[in-house]
Design a protein around this ligand. Structure first.
Ligand SMILES: [Fe+2]
Ligand SMILES: [Fe+2]
Length: 241
């Protein structure tokens, strides 16, 4: 099956090191197909090279990297959280490619895959809670960026990947967290991932909400100019059908 899918895509995607133990959890190609259909990503978009960049991270050769345990744990923790992490990575890399950020793609991919890793330090019942979070639960959740930062300290991540983990919930008007950074204080790679994060969160299933259509999400984000970088949103929009 992998052989056939590779032929269709013209890709040389090997079975991921993460996919070896069981067939019950979602795989990269399946996740990317669903994302492509869900977001109506154009067939001429750079999805293939983006998938190759992610496969380079998830491959056998990465198993000795100090950050590997985090990727492995994420893969086997909560299905939708792993799928979200891959989706955010795919969307971020598509935007980064369109912005000609090729030399930074690997660091952006790893940062995006690990962007929510801090949620693994929060009780699962809070992360998966189907209803509204109470104040205490919100307090924990709002700390997942800092938790992710401390979990990955000493893992040899680049500054780009670290910024993404720490800053993907910042907003241009300073209303985000953890530091309330504004505009240019948030570097380009973190702004790309914050857009990819919100686009995927709004268009995907969660135990506590229904997914929205991509057209509605783009419309909503265009109305939130003070919070979201419109230049990055428009680059993403140009990749859709
Ligand atoms: Fe997050
Ligand atoms: Fe996220």
């Amino acid at each position: 099956m992998i052989e056939n899918l590779n032929k269709i895509n013209g890709l040389d995607i090997k079975e991921s090191a993460l996919d070896k133990e069981d067939g019950s959890t979602p795989k990269l190609l399946e996740i990317s197909r669903e994302l492509q259909a869900n977001l109506k990503i154009s067939g001429s978009s750079p999805l293939d090279s983006v998938l190759q960049a992610i496969t380079n991270i998830l491959c056998d050769a990465s198993q000795n990297e100090p950050w590997w345990d985090h990727v492995y744990t994420l893969r086997h923790y909560i299905d939708w959280l792993y799928i979200h992490s891959i989706n955010v990575s795919i969307i971020s890399l598509m935007i980064a490619e369109a912005l000609d950020l090729k030399p930074q793609l690997d660091d952006i991919a790893l940062g995006a895959i690990l962007h929510d890793i801090g949620k693994l330090a929060i009780p699962k019942k809070i992360v998966q809670k189907p209803g509204k979070l109470n104040e205490e639960e919100q307090f924990y959740m709002r700390h997942h960026c800092e938790l992710g930062l401390s979990m990955t300290t000493g893992c040899g991540l680049s500054g780009i990947s670290v910024d993404i983990i720490e800053q993907h919930h910042e907003r241009l008007d300073g209303s985000g967290y953890p530091r309330g950074l504004t505009d240019a204080q948030i570097p380009l790679h973190a702004r790309i991932v914050l857009m990819a994060d919100v686009i995927d969160a709004m268009t995907s299933y969660r135990p506590y909400k229904k997914p929205k259509q991509i057209e509605d999400v783009v419309g909503e984000l265009r109305r939130e100019k003070s919070k979201y970088p419109q230049d990055i949103l428009e680059v993403f929009r140009s990749l859709l059908l």
